[in-house]
Design a protein around this ligand. Structure first.
Ligand SMILES: [Zn+2]
Length: 137
């Protein structure tokens, strides 16, 4: 599987996440009031609405919680990549709090992909941008 031409929009709310990827780190917002970790980035905590959020690192390994195999390209840019696997990866931060991230599952045959599979982060560089994907661990 290949990734090409996938672009993202960077905003004031998610640029910390994207910048951390270039250092091969995954960071998510952690609420300093209730300790909820959230992904995707937001301006307030999705649990208690506090705006006291700090970015904290996540481990780079997790478990494939769910996935789908995309056979029909959602746009022209993705057409060369089909079929590809889009997964929900569950990462335990070490304290029992889990965060779920959406990402492509790469460098593993589609037939091998299964829920519960251990995965590790990989940081493909596409043109000038570091992205996040996961591969079999
Ligand atoms: Zn909170």
């Amino acid at each position: 599987m290949n990734l090409t031409n996938i672009r993202t929009n960077r905003s004031q709310y998610n640029k910390v996440f994207w910048n951390a990827l270039s250092e091969e780190r995954i960071v998510v917002q952690t609420c300093q009031t209730c300790r909820t970790k959230q992904f995707y980035p937001r301006i307030i905590c999705n649990r208690c609405q506090s705006d006291d959020l700090k970015w904290e690192d996540l481990p780079l390994v997790g478990e494939l919680y769910s996935f789908t195999i995309v056979h029909r390209s959602p746009s022209q840019e993705y057409f060369p990549n089909v079929p590809y696997v889009l997964g929900v990866v569950k990462i335990d931060d070490g304290s029992g709090v889990c965060v779920q991230l959406f990402a492509n599952i790469v460098d593993v045959s589609i037939e091998e992909v299964q829920t519960g599979m251990k995965v590790k982060a990989t940081f493909p560089i596409l043109e000038d941008m570091t992205t996040l994907a996961f591969t079999k661990y």
